[in-house]
Design a protein around this ligand. Structure first.
Ligand code: NAX
Length: 325
């Protein structure tokens, strides 16, 4: 069966890094045909058409067609996977309230269109920032879709954390298991090494506390800004790669003996208020994310998880006050 994948912000830089890899089979697997639905704002439709021409020119064996529209209802009609990448970026002089309001105007209607028109098995990944709260807004407008189908992306942070640790310990990334990013996809996120395993040993015991606290955590949390500084543009190929990893694992399952980081609506686990879209360690079983239970949280971790959760609560309260959820 052909899977319909809707990508918003398809003419943007993440879109350009993402679409060709989806069409080549890296989102769902090498045997799954896909139909792409590209949603853009009207002024960017022409650029999206250009990308669609290039997709045609690849003659991807799995690609069953590309549709382009500026109408969310058409874009999400029958969608099985929705990658919500397009968002309103913060521009100079913009207050947080304006930013949340502008994104509410995007993610509210998209959530409703998903609710009313997407396929029953719809899975949503929000990439556009502020990703956790945009996912919360979309979910609030889709009461008929199970809440756990709405996720936000912290997989890029997860991959960054694995890579930083692998370089520090001079081991291949494949030696590192059970990395966790907790909280918000923002600089308050907490990459946790107290459960991460490196060749069966706990990572936090293999590095100096000072490095963990003063180098590792800030490097991971501020990596997005470092990329902008170096490249003159925000992370695009690595963000697209993380989105592929997230959906692939969601659909196909996470490997035994490992987990990944996923922002999903809290069920109250680890004291995170129910409903907040928060990053947790998670495994995918039978096509559903399950939060890893029973991890012991030490005082160092608790403080940092709580700080990030407080920021999520503030964002939730702000969008509530604006009537966006
Ligand atoms: P671009 O500005 O290159 O592209 C965004 C695209 O979205 C534009 O083509 C724009 O026309 C489109 N768009 C805007 N409003 C839309 C709407 N209502 N419907 C459909 N399309 C719409 O940004 P890009 O670099 O691709 O980044 C996209 C988003 O990802 C940003 O919000 C960015 O902050 C976020 N990121 C999230 C990351 C994460 O880990 N969660 C990491 C990378 C990235 O920073």
């Amino acid at each position: 069966m052909t899977v319909k994948v809707t990508v918003t912000g398809a003419a943007g830089q993440i879109g350009y890094a993402l679409l060709f890899r989806i069409a080549s089979g890296q989102l769902l697997g090498p045997d799954v045909p896909v139909r792409l639905s590209l949603l853009e704002i009207t002024p960017a439709l022409k650029a999206a058409e250009g990308t669609a021409m290039e997709l045609d020119d690849c003659a991807f064996p799995l690609l069953r067609g590309v549709d382009i529209t500026d109408d969310p209802v058409k874009a999400f009609d029958g969608a099985n996977v929705a990658l919500l990448v397009g968002a309103r970026p913060r521009t100079a002089g913009m207050e947080r309230k304006d930013l949340l309001e502008a994104n509410g105007g995007i993610f509210g209607p998209q959530g409703k269109a998903i609710n009313d028109h997407a396929a029953d098995d719809i899975r949503v990944l929000v990439v556009g920032n502020p990703a956790n709260t945009n996912a919360l807004i979309a979910k609030a407008h889709a009461p008929d879709v199970p809440a756990d189908r709405f996720t936000a992306m912290t997989r890029l942070d997860h991959n960054r954390a694995i890579s930083q640790l692998a370089q520090k310990l001079n081991v291949p990334v494949t030696d590192i298991k059970k990395m966790t990013i907790w909280g918000n996809h923002s600089t308050t996120q907490y990459p946790d090494l107290f459960h991460t395993e490196v060749g069966g040993k706990i990572a936090a015991e293999l590095v100096e506390e000072e490095w963990l606290r003063d180098t590792f955590i800030p490097t991971v949390a501020k990596r997005g800004a470092a990329i902008i500084e170096a490249r003159g543009a925000s992370s695009a190929a690595s963000a697209a790669n993380a989105a592929l990893n997230h959906v692939y694992d969601w659909v196909n399952g996470t490997p035994e003996g490992d987990w990944v980081s996923v922002a999903l609506p809290s069920d109250g686990s680890y004291g995170v208020p129910e409903g907040l879209v928060c990053s947790f360690p998670a495994v995918s079983r039978n096509g559903r994310w399950e939060i890893v239970q029973g991890l012991e949280i030490n005082e160092f971790s608790r403080e940092r998880i709580d700080a990030s959760v407080r920021e999520l609560i503030e964002e939730r309260d702000a969008v509530k006050a604006l009537g966006l959820i």
